[in-house]
Design a binder for this molecule. Structure first.
Ligand code: HEM
Length: 510
């Protein structure tokens, strides 16, 4: 976790002393309010920073699992001024996400999100309110429904085939698969959602990655929201505002282009003939029919939401799945055998064939268990409630440690091993009912992009496995493959995955 250090000179030191004085006063006051409540167990704290020091040094989901092992499945941390509840057991997750779902359906505040997602005007970071309800409904209906997702099959196949062609041209050379997959998924998302591959797609990917990294490594100002000084002098804030300025230019031009095309052709911008989600939002904005009017800022927030949620999650999943299969060659061999068996005699693999892929679906499940794209997803308390007999204070931040749940030996045999077969005998799914396995979340705020995300993982993975045999570069052994995690609210692999492809010749198998 990144904790920013402040520039230290005489003037700032004077400011700091006075701010520390004010913060200590406020901290004492806020603690005195809490005396009568039974908060969940809290590890020992330091004045002012509370438990912040216990999160330094390892990724947050690791540090929090360690604390949960010691203090139990529900832990209270005082992170500066912010009360934070950490949830790490199936039963507690169920209590928060099902029993107390409405009370725990907010998302909390975060400086990076506020700046980059237009003051929480999107869906994923919006508070639980009418704006959220309306936007979620529109996006499901117009983009993310199972019917829409199926209709994007031709886009998926076209983009993946282009990637396959590119990789075929690199035969014998290492390919930066991480970069290529990220570009593939963002192209699919852009064509499906915004009618075309954006010319600024690579810049958007860069902004998205940086924004996601900065929003997950907590910013000092987020721990002391009442400190005006910290809000002003935050280093990340300046970086984020610069990025936001550039993001505005890209998204404003995208909206203008949509309006211009609509005015000149009279038709929607959607690649498949109709409207895309931007056209729909612009039409609804102008119609005046909506209960909650939407602004241009809201439309930009939704575009960035769909682009980031759509791209990062699916590409991260494919990347982890390929890396896990490289480390477990017998799994790779079984997944390849299945794909090739289904395509035998046809010489090709089609989107409709995905439905027959039983083993590859287990591989994807196992990947999401060990490497969920959001290892620690946030909620926030909008009504004080009681969980496991403890008080969850109003406005407390709630962190669900999905990563720890997926690796808990109470629920999983050999939890650290990559064994897709485990799901054959377990009727556990990720639909939000089995709380030890919730990579897509659960309850009211469960991921609405699950169908789209899975479709964008399944077909590209199947085609990568069908068309190529894969080797690690420089005679590396499977155990040498670096599986370290990157930083941020979504956790990709730290280093890019380079693999050497050899095209598969179907005639060998008859
Ligand atoms: C492997 C793919 C994906 C995974 C693992 C994933 C995971 C998640 C998780 C954990 C949440 C938070 C759920 C909660 O708070 O209970 C979420 C929310 C969300 N996801 Fe996904 N997601 C994926 C793909 C997508 C795609 C493709 C889209 C859209 C293009 C999408 C759009 C969203 C949105 C809009 C939300 C916010 C929902 C709300 O707050 O109501 N996701 N996702």
């Amino acid at each position: 976790m990144d904790i920013q250090l402040l520039p230290f000179n005489f003037t700032t030191s004077l400011f700091l002393v006075s701010i520390i004085f004010l913060l200590v006063k406020r901290w004492k006051k806020s603690n005195s309010h809490k005396k009568n409540k039974t908060l969940p167990p809290t590890p020992w704290k330091l004045p002012l920073i509370g438990n912040m020091h216990q999160l330094v040094g390892s990724p947050p989901h690791h540090a929090l699992r360690k604390l949960s092992k010691r203090y139990g499945p529900i832990v209270h941390l005082q992170l500066g001024e912010v009360s934070t509840i950490v949830v790490s057991s199936r039963e507690t997750a169920k209590n928060v996400l099902k029993v107390h779902d409405p009370a725990c359906a907010d998302k909390g505040e975060n400086l990076g999100v506020k700046i980059m997602w237009y003051d929480y005007g999107d869906i994923a970071f919006s508070p639980y309110n009418e704006h959220w309800r309306q936007m979620r409904k529109i996006c499901i209906l117009e983009l993310l429904s199972a019917k829409n997702v199926r209709s994007f099959g031709s886009i998926r196949l076209d983009e993946t085939s282009q990637l396959i062609e590119y990789i075929q041209s690199c035969s014998g050379e290492p390919v930066n698969l991480t970069k290529k997959i990220s570009s593939l998924i963002s192209s699919i998302t852009c064509r499906a959602a915004f009618g075309q591959v954006l010319k600024d797609k690579d810049t958007l990917i860069m902004f998205m990655k940086e924004a996601l990294a900065l929003t997950g490594g907590f910013e000092l100002a987020d721990f002391f929201p009442s400190s005006k000084l910290l809000q002003v002098i935050s280093w990340n804030k300046n970086r984020l505002w610069k990025m936001r300025g550039k993001l505005d230019l890209i998204l404003d031009s995208m909206i203008s282009e949509h309006k211009r095309n609509l005015a000149t052709t009279g038709r929607g911008n959607g690649e498949l003939g109709g409207e895309d989600i931007v056209d729909v939002l612009l039409r609804l904005q102008q119609s005046g029919e909506l209960d909650i009017p939407i602004t241009n800022e809201n439309i930009k927030a939704i575009i960035f939401d769909l682009f980031s949620a759509g791209t990062e999650t699916s590409s991260t999943t494919i990347d982890w799945a390929m890396a896990q299969m490289m480390r477990n060659p017998h799994v790779m061999a079984m997944a390849q055998a299945e794909v090739r068996q289904i395509a035998r005699g046809k010489g090709t693999f089609e989107e409709s064939d995905v439905q027959s892929l039983k083993y590859l679906k287990l591989v994807i499940k196992e990947t999401l268990r060990l490497n969920p794209p959001f290892p620690l997803f946030p909620r926030a308390c909008r009504e004080e409630c009681e969980v496991n007999g403890y008080t969850i204070p109003l406005k407390a931040k709630i962190l669900i440690n999905v990563w720890a749940l997926g690796r808990d030996p109470d629920y999983w045999d050999e939890p650290e091993s990559f064994k897709p077969e485990r799901f054959e005998s377990k009727s556990i799914d990720f639909l939000g009912n089995n709380f030890e396995f919730i990579p897509f979340g659960a309850g009211r705020r469960i991921c609405p992009g699950m169908n789209f995300g899975l479709a964008n993982v399944e077909l590209p993975l199947a085609l990568l496995l069908y068309h190529f045999n894969w080797k690690l570069p420089k005679g590396m052994n499977p155990d040498d493959l670096d599986m370290s995690e990157g930083e941020g609210i979504s956790v990709p692999r730290k280093n890019n995955l380079y693999l050497i492809p050899t095209p598969y010749d179907p005639s060998i198998d008859g």
